[in-house]
Each structure stands twice: as structure tokens, then as C-alpha cells.
Ligand binder design. Sequence first.
Ligand code: SF4
Ligand code: FES
Length: 247
Amino acid sequence: MAEKWTVTFLINRQKDGVEPHFESFQLEVNPDEYVLDAIERVWAFHDRSLLFRHACHHSTCGACGMRVNGVEKLTCITTIRSVTSDGGTVKVEPLRNFPVVGDLVVDMTRLYARMEMVKAPSVIPLDEAPKPDTSVFDIKPDHDAPDDMIRLVDCIECGMCVSACPVPLTTPEYLGPAVLAGAHLRGLDNNPSLLELVDGPNGVWRCHSAFECTAVCPSNVEPGWRIMDLRKQVVKKRFQRLFGRGG
Ligand code: SF4
Ligand code: FES
């Protein structure tokens, strides 16, 4: 017989005109179910007004990112067993550093717009998309990729790195880890406007090197490493300019 645990889910409730607060729902769960399963059960059997996002249920769309017990997680692949114990509590909150639309849903418009500013991360023609065993570091930047190309699977634009990053809490203008990772993948060569953007006041130099972004990224994009590498590239470009070697 399947194992059963009794778990209390504390879920952020937040709507226009209502102060954010937590509501408590006690559920009997199989600990190998996912946190998203429990949230769906709360919606189905306890409160149909609960707002949350989900789509693929297999870590591909990036829609179900939330803070679970204070840590950014894709709730569709996070087992209840991995975040609590029998009789324990699971606190579920929306991502930080984004405006909250309601309950567990945030507005990602700013992230998407900034992704466009760097001409999307990883814009790669379908037939040149890397094979599953290709490391993201083997992907060559494509400086002239037209806009109608696909976005690569690596960054699923879940926003979890932005939520985990300490910088936007005080500097919302900071481009943020996902966008800078996109700029890195895009490449700085022959791209002076991108160089200006990442070397600007809200670019790579704002990063505190906390590497929280890399810790929570579910797709091995390694935004922290990419930001550090971008810094090296920016410094190299500055020297090249200084000595009249273009760039
Ligand atoms: S870099 Fe990783 S954590 Fe950030 S948006 Fe992309 S997939 Fe999500
Ligand atoms: S529902 Fe698509 S990543 Fe979780």
C-alpha cells in the first residue's frame, strides 16, 4: 500500500485589496507526489479561487516555479518527501523580485522584455539545435540569428534565478542572471550594443557573485558562471578598444 503522510500546506494568498497572508490546508499525501499535485488538490477540493501556473508537468515550460520552504523550485518535479516529513509543513510562496498577480502567480513581463533586449538567449536554428548530449558550453554564439528562430531548450525562462538573486531586491533595474546568461550565449563579438548593455550600470558589474542563480537553475544554464565569463570578455574588449584592436 502507498505510504501516506499528513502534511500542512501553508499557501500564500494575495489578491487586490487583500493583505498577503498564508492559508493553511492539511492534506493526506503520498510523499512521492509532487508539490504541484498537492497545490492542484487544494484547488480542486478546497478552494477554486487559488491562482497558480502550470502547464507541462515535466520541467519543460518553466510555468510552475515557486518558493517552497524558502527555496525556488519547479513544483512539478519537487517531491513532497524532498521538502518535508510526515506531520511537517510546506510553505508555498510566489517567486520574489516580480510583481504578484495573485496568490502564487507573478508577472514575468519584465523578464521576457529583457530577454528580447539581448535578442533572446540561445536563438538557434532548429536544425542546428544541440543534441541532448551536447553541453551548453559547446554551443556557438550566433551573432546574426534572425528573430524567427526558435529559442533553445536550455533556459526555460522560469524566472527562478531572478527570484533567488539578492540584487533585484535593492536594484530592480539589474538585468539579472537569466538575461545576462542569454547575452553570454548570444556572444559579444561584433555586437557593440550588447557589449554596452552588459557593461552598463545594470549589467555584469552589479552581480554580487552569490551564485544563488546557479544553485536554483533547473536547466544547468549556470548563469553565475556565465556572468563571470562575461566580465572577462568585457575587460578583454575594453583592452582591445584601448589598444585600437576593435571589438
Ligand atoms: S537561467 Fe535557469 S533559472 Fe534562470 S530563467 Fe533560465 S532556466 Fe530558469
Ligand atoms: S509545469 Fe512546466 S515546468 Fe513545471
